[in-house]
Each structure stands twice: as structure tokens, then as C-alpha cells.
Design a protein around this ligand. Structure first.
Ligand code: A3D
Length: 320
């Protein structure tokens, strides 16, 4: 059987990390695309030269022409600009929307059967625009944010409880932004929900609230430390988990920015919700019960995503 072909649209910090991880995991051959000449070629060659040492078989090449992504099974999109200190994700909208238009046209022409994972910020609006620009099925265009936000939440909780990260599950819903909704009720240590752990004296409500806030600010904390860009190791690992779920038909239950057509009372928008990802792409959107406070937070998050989509329509009326 031929190897899978994975196209990385954008060969910056996340793109390079993705290519390396795909090699190490032998998920398939990689084509790195970028508008910057030499960057995808140079990174591709560097990563390919690590393959004899690491013992993986994968072609890793770089291109500046969309024809190079022809027939890709998966496209992971990181093209655009990241945040600098003091910037919000939303400040990137104008520049990255134009990038999504080009990327959408490239994927439509050369990889219309691909499963497309968008990572470019502001995530929920960019994945929505990318689906419209590319015209690919909604089940095959999805945004990565929830896996990363949940991973941050899980990591902080594992540190607080001094248990393995493997035993902590967590759900973060809503848009990828300051209004994201970490769901403590549905987050557990080996099946024990967080509110029970508070009752058991493992932590306090106040400490939990601080962890929730640190999760919301997780991206900004790293931008503040790096000063020249945003996080890339954990975002890449999260994108890989979604690609692997699709390529290996794992039917993983993962929080992703998925197209909603009425679920949670939301129509024609991408928002972070629990999904099942398998060979059919986003095979199911799972509708969990939200209590009053959670629903309020979710609605607020949806409102801010809707405002971003409106801003996109203001720039590109054909999206409306
Ligand atoms: P960076 O290292 O700057 O890489 C972006 C790459 O995109 C650069 O190599 C550019 O040359 C390239 N590029 C720019 N315009 C185009 C174009 N029109 N076509 C093709 N390539 C282009 O950034 P990064 O890899 O650190 O981050 C990429 C994106 O991911 C940014 O928008 C970040 O904000 C976003 N991001 C999202 C998350 C989420 O959780 C959703 C997390 C971290 C970063």
C-alpha cells in the first residue's frame, strides 16, 4: 500500500514541528508548502536527513507551488502570521483571511479529497472561512484548538494533583480565545470528576479557578515568554493527534472546532465541541448537557466567534 501523503500549508514553527513529528511517527510522506522560497525546501531536507538516524522512512520535500500538494490525503494549515506580545488572536484576522483565500483555492484545485485541519488564528473564524473558500465537505474541514486547550488544562491539573497526565481527561469547549469554556464537571482524574476531587480535599475551588484562568491564558503566557512568536510544540502535537485519528480511522473523541448546523443551537459556524474523528472525517458532533452557567459561558464564546465571522464577511462579502 502506498504511503499517505500529508501536505503542510505553512512551513513556519508549527509546520516544521509537524513535519518532524510525522516522520518520527511514520504517518506518511510530507510535502511542505510555503510562499517563502527555500524555507520549506531547507526544512524538508534537514528533517529528511534525520531519518537515517531516527530510522523512519518518509519523503519530506518542500515546494512553493500548490501543484506539489496534489492528491494529499491530509492538509494541515498553519499559513499566516502568529501573535506577538500585546496582540490578540483577533488582531490577525485581516492578514490571515487573505491567506485562507489563497490556501482554500490551492486545496480546492489540488487536494479536494483531503481531510483539512486548520490551525491558523483566529481559529474559529479562519476554519469557517477556509471551508467556504475551499468548498470541501464540512465533515472534512476542521479546526485544531480544543485538543491543545484541553492538553494545557490536563497538564496543569496533573501538576496540581501530582498524578500522571495520562490519567487526567479534560474538556474545553467554545471558541479558541479568552472566552473558551473549560468544563470542570466533565474533567476527571481516572474518571473522578473535578468537583468530587474538591470535595475529597485534593484541591480547592479557588485553586481550580486559577487553573481554569491559566488555561484560558495559556497561549498568551507562552507568547509573553517567547516574545517573537507563539507556541508550536504542543499545537503541532495536537494537530498530529487529529490527523492520526483520521488516517488510522481511530474514531477518537476529540474536542475540535467543527461545523455546527443546529447542534448546541448554533448554525453555520465553527465552534469547539466534542467530536468523533475517524476515516469519515468529523463523523459525529457530540451534544453534551450544559448547565446554566456553562451554557452562558458557551453562548458568550459563540457570540465572540460570530462577531469575528461578521468581520470576515465585512472584508470578503462572498463569504456571507
Ligand atoms: P510562523 O512560524 O510565522 O509560520 C507561518 C508560515 O506561514 C510562515 O513560514 C510564512 O511564510 C507562511 N505564510 C504566510 N503567508 C502565507 C501564504 N499566503 N501562503 C502560504 N504560507 C504563508 O507561525 P507559526 O507556525 O508559529 O503559527 C502559524 C499559525 O498558527 C498562526 O496564525 C498562529 O497564530 C496559529 N496558532 C494557532 C494555535 C491554535 O491553537 C489554534 C496555536 C498556536 C499558533
Amino acid at each position: 500500500m502506498a504511503r499517505n501523503k500529508i501536505a503542510l500549508i505553512g512551513s513556519g514553527m508549527i509546520g516544521g514541528t509537524l513535519a518532524h513529528m510525522i516522520g518520527l511517527k511514520e504517518l506518511g510522506d510530507v510535502v511542505m508548502f510555503d510562499i517563502a522560497e527555500g524555507i520549506p525546501q531547507g526544512k524538508g531536507l534537514d528533517i529528511a536527513q534525520s531519518s537515517p538516524v531516527e530510522g523512519f522512512d518518509a519523503r519530506v520535500t518542500g515546494v512553493n507551488d500548490y501543484s506539489g500538494i496534489e492528491g494529499a490525503d491530509v492538509c494541515i494549515v498553519t499559513a499566516g502570521v502568529p501573535r506577538k506580545p500585546g496582540m490578540s488572536r483577533d488582531d490577525l484576522l485581516g492578514i490571515n483571511l487573505k491567506v485562507m483565500e489563497q490556501v482554500g483555492a490551492g486545496i480546492k484545485k489540488y487536494a479536494p479529497k483531503a481531510f483539512v485541519i486548520c490551525i491558523t488564528n483566529p481559529l474559529d473564524a479562519m476554519v469557517w472561512a477556509l471551508q467556504k473558500f475551499s468548498g470541501l465537505p464540512k465533515s472534512h474541514v476542521v479546526g485544531m484548538a480544543g485538543v491543545l486547550d484541553s492538553a494545557r488544562f490536563r497538564y496543569f491539573l496533573a501538576e496540581e494533583f501530582k498524578v500522571s497526565v495520562e490519567d487526567v481527561t479534560a474538556f474545553v469547549l467554545g471558541g479558541h480565545g479568552d472566552t473558551m469554556v473549560p468544563l470542570t464537571r466533565y474533567s476527571t482524574v481516572a474518571g473522578i470528576p473535578l468537583p468530587d476531587l474538591v470535595k475529597m480535599g485534593w484541591t480547592s475551588k479557588e485553586k481550580l479557578e486559577k487553573i481554569v484562568q491559566r488555561t484560558r491564558d495559556g497561549g498568551a503566557e507562552i507568547v509573553g515568554l517567547l516574545k517573537t512568536g507563539s507556541a508550536y510544540y504542543a499545537p503541532a502535537a495536537s494537530g498530529i493527534q487529529m490527523a492520526e485519528a483520521y488516517l488510522r480511522d481511530k474514531k477518537r473523541v476529540l474536542p475540535c472546532a467543527a461545523y455546527l448546523s443546529g447542534q448546541y443551537g448554533v448554525k453555520d459556524m465553527y465552534v469547539g465541541v466534542p467530536t468523533v474523528i475517524g476515516a469519515g472525517g468529523v463523523e459525529r458532533v457530540i451534544e453534551i448537557d450544559l448547565n446554566g452557567a456553562e451554557q452562558k459561558m458557551f453562548d458568550k464564546s459563540v457570540e465572540s466567534v460570530a462577531a469575528l465571522c461578521d468581520a470576515c464577511i465585512g472584508i470578503a462579502p462572498n463569504l456571507g
